[in-house]
Design a protein around this ligand. Structure first.
Ligand code: SAJ
Length: 426
């Protein structure tokens, strides 16, 4: 049945979800406090980069099923998809969730459904959301159904994963679970599993924590292999031949709004018990400093002022998102070093310190290229030309993205994170 759905928060999750419901026949009012986002959306435009999202949003707006506003409105369903950033003290800033919940109170009616999609510390629905919603005077659980249904889509593949991924619905009671399951059935082709709200909150956080801890293991291995003069990437490739082993990839650190933050939402609840989770965070956070150390070692052979070019500043390939990017951290560390001239090249980013749009200008007279993000745009560079324009042909590849032999052939000194020395015995 066609429903009127009010979606609060039109970011990386709220907007694709709004477009998805709208193109499946529901009437959507997207709400955002940012006037620019609202204005753009009402013209069928978007201000974030995500494959195919622009086309879908335009179709949704043109159909009349998707409009945007800065204020909530009366609806059958309210979906909260606002950010839950991390505060200085590494605890969750729930002020946007609180404000969104408060803002919808005047519009709530008997029979409404409220869904929290924002990633939140376990206990948020029961301890924070339900008390706020109770201010409406409605009997929560009977007259107002409430659930947490965490988003789990991968940036870069959001539209596909919204449909294909399995989904968890954690309701405050069975009725809430079933109502929210039926709602998402509109477009979800994956399985929908029902549970309680706090379990759903913990599941979401543990999925990202699992990945974060595993990447920390790979990053620790990278440091160990550098110390022992073997190649971590080779160890990983070979160990992963075992049917029950799946070592992750090392890199310059872990970024994004999910893996770098979600583990802290568990730590904040159980600081005494969440030991491995905290250690994983510490190891991953140490990687930009490790890349700095490797870079300075490589540059120690160069006299005077040294130009360093960082290729890629987003938190992962082929997206425009720089949130929590370890490359931003690396930039901060490099700018504190003496005699370093810094240039950043990233075709996906419009605004960032030291950004140079022209790759070849950036490379002129440089002494070191740090491959920070494995964007497709960097996959097939003209290494001959690079060698010609650079002052010192040195590369530090933090992603095992380029082929050492190719680069050596051209005359580059190729250094790899997870492997101490140049050259290979193979
Ligand atoms: N990374 C590594 N090594 C790896 C894999 C990733 O260093 O082996 C780094 C990436 O470079 C990046 C960071 O980890 O900096 C995170 O990237 P990601 O691709 O692992 O994940 P996100 O943050 O883009 O999306 C994750 C996904 N979670 C899981 O796969 C369990 C996604 O499904 C979630 O919806 C999303 O978090 C979220 O919103 O929570």
């Amino acid at each position: 049945m066609k429903k009127k759905i009010c979606i609060l928060g039109l970011g990386y999750i709220g907007l694709p979800t709004a477009a998805m419901f709208a193109t499946h026949g529901h009437q959507i009012v997207g709400v955002d406090v940012n006037q620019d986002v609202v204005q753009a959306l009402n013209q069928g435009k978007i201000i974030i980069e995500e494959p195919y999202l622009d086309i879908m949003v335009q179709a949704a707006v043109t159909s009349g099923n998707l409009t945007a506003s800065t204020e909530p409105t009366e609806a059958d369903v309210f979906i909260i998809a606002v950010p839950t950033p991390m505060k200085e003290d590494k605890t969750a800033d729930m002020s946007y969730v609180e404000a969104a919940a408060q803002s919808m109170i005047p519009y709530l009616h008997k029979g409404n459904i409220v869904v929290l999609e924002s990633t939140s510390p376990p206990g948020t629905v029961e301890e924070l959301l339900v008390p706020i919603l109770s201010q409406s005077g409605l009997k929560v659980g009977e007259e107002l159904l409430v659930a947490h249904s965490p988003e789990r889509v991968l940036p870069g593949k959001i539209l596909m994963e919204l449909v294909e991924n399995n989904r968890i619905v954690g309701g405050i009671n069975q009725r809430s679970c079933e109502a929210v399951r039926d709602l998402y059935r509109t477009f979800v082709k994956g399985d929908i599993f029902l549970t309680d709200a706090t379990t759903a909150e913990m599941c979401k956080l543990m999925e990202n924590t699992f990945r974060d801890v595993n990447i920390a293991l790979a990053n620790e291995l990278a440091k160990i292999c550098e110390a022992m003069n073997i190649n971590a990437w080779e160890v990983i490739a070979l160990a992963n031949q075992h049917p029950r082993v799946n070592l992750h990839q090392p890199g310059p650190g872990v970024g994004g709004h999910c893996l770098a933050i979600d583990p802290w939402f568990i730590i904040e609840k159980q600081p005494q018990l969440a030991k491995m989770i905290a250690l994983g965070r510490t190891i991953n956070d140490s990687m930009p400093a490790h890349v700095l150390q490797r870079s300075m070692e490589i540059l120690s052979t160069v006299e005077g002022r040294k130009k360093v070019v960082i290729l890629g500043v987003t938190y992962k390939p082929d997206i425009d998102d720089m949130r929590e990017s370890p490359l931003v951290q690396l930039i901060h560390l490099l700018e504190q070093e003496e005699d370093i001239e810094l240039v950043v090249v990233d075709p996906h980013v419009k605004d960032c310190p030291y950004l140079q749009k022209d790759l070849w200008k950036a490379l002129e007279d440089s002494s070191l290229v740090i491959l920070g993000v494995n964007h497709q745009a960097f996959a097939h560079l003209d290494f001959q030309r690079m060698k010609q324009v650079m002052k010192d042909p040195m590369i530090l590849d933090t992603r095992n993205f380029w082929d050492e032999k190719d680069l050596n052939q051209v005359g580059f000194h190729y250094f790899l994170l997870g492997k101490k020395n140049e050259g290979s015995i193979l």
